[in-house]
Design a protein around this ligand. Structure first.
Ligand code: ASP
Length: 328
């Protein structure tokens, strides 16, 4: 008997018309709407469709993503796998949040979308959908992005190209699977320790201040509402630590027990605050190393921990542990 796979539609380019306008799939739309365009999907699995949202993913808010996590947890009981159709713009963020919240699901959640709408002749939508459904039917328990010819662990992934059909990479983790002539599943797919703390996912803290430094940038203090800070530093985590206004940012945060997490602007490699004097100076002023976390995994962790009322120490702890196979 064929595996049962649920398609959860949230919008994005895949379901747009060639002019980039979302084609509204009604909430109760049947999977026949998709099978009309990609009939071969029916050969891969027994499919159902749930239309959760119909949005350009640039408009998603944390509440949308948390409700997707709840929807998938509830509805997945009747399926061997889930395919989440999602816009590419914020796909890596959603994949990070879901990767953490659904780490214990025990089933594949294959997140896909496309650079061109399904209705466009030279579209990548058809092959991405076929690959995603094929993966979802294989029962490997991972929350990952299937795009181009790779399946990538969601919590390790970022969108790195606006125009390539291979739009996503997980720079610090090999792909879970390669989709070429054959589907080649790698040994680490589905294999990671699940160490997500309990009690997350009721809400996400969005009052985060993100700094993207450049030489000469004035370091203004984070706004009064800020609950957490992320700095996308140069290279291995370096910042102009001799600048009084940057020191003031650290001191302001330390006095208020606001976490300051440092990730690297470079996708390949990560933060090691022990490498340079400047990194050691940041540590002395309270910086938390984001190590190999992508900016999306780091923002997801900050949002989830602080959204659950976590303290500065909880944030520090969160960045010292791999919750769901994210490289540290
Ligand atoms: N703006 C679109 C979205 O993220 C882009 C895409 O899907 O490729 O929904």
């Amino acid at each position: 008997m064929a595996e049962r796979v649920l398609l959860v539609h949230t919008g994005g380019t895949l379901g747009m018309d060639p002019a980039g306008t979302p084609v509204t799939l009604a909430p109760g739309a049947s999977v026949a709407r998709i099978l009309e365009q990609v009939p071969e999907l029916a050969e891969l699995a027994e499919l159902r469709l749930t239309v959760a949202l119909n949005r350009d993913s640039a408009t998603l808010e944390p509440e949308h993503i948390l409700s997707l996590a709840r929807l998938i947890r509830e509805q997945s009981v009747d399926y061997e796998g889930i395919v989440l159709i999602h816009g590419t713009d914020t796909m890596a963020y959603t994949a990070s949040v879901l990767g953490f919240l659904l780490a214990d699901l025990g089933k594949p959640v294959v997140i896909t979308g496309s650079q061109r709408p399904l209705a466009y002749v030279r579209s990548d939508a058809r092959s991405n959908l076929v690959d995603a459904v094929s993966l979802a039917a294989r029962k490997v328990p991972e929350i990952g992005i299937c795009f181009g010819d790779h399946w990538l662990r969601g919590v390790a992934t970022d969108k790195l190209s606006v125009h390539r059909y291979q739009a996503f990479e997980s720079p610090n983790l090999p792909p879970l699977a390669e989709l070429g002539l054959h589907i080649q599943m790698h040994a680490h797919a589905g294999v990671f320790e699940r160490q997500v703390p309990p009690g997350l996912g009721q809400s996400m803290e969005s009052a985060l201040t993100v700094y993207a430094p450049f030489p000469g940038m004035p370091w203004s203090l984070p706004g009064a509402a800020t609950k957490g800070v992320l700095i996308q530093a140069y290279g291995a985590g370096n910042l102009p630590m001799e600048r009084p206004d940057l020191q003031a940012v650290f001191d302001h945060c330390r006095a208020r027990a606001i976490a300051v997490v440092i990730t690297s602007f470079c996708p390949w490699g990560g933060v090691d605050l022990a490498t340079y004097e400047l990194g050691r100076m940041a540590v002395e002023r309270g910086a938390i190393s984001g190590g190999l976390h992508t900016r999306w995994a780091a923002l997801a962790k900050l949002g989830l921990v602080l959204g659950a009322g976590g303290s500065l120490e909880d944030v520090r702890q969160a960045f010292s542990v791999s919750w769901a196979g994210e490289p540290l």
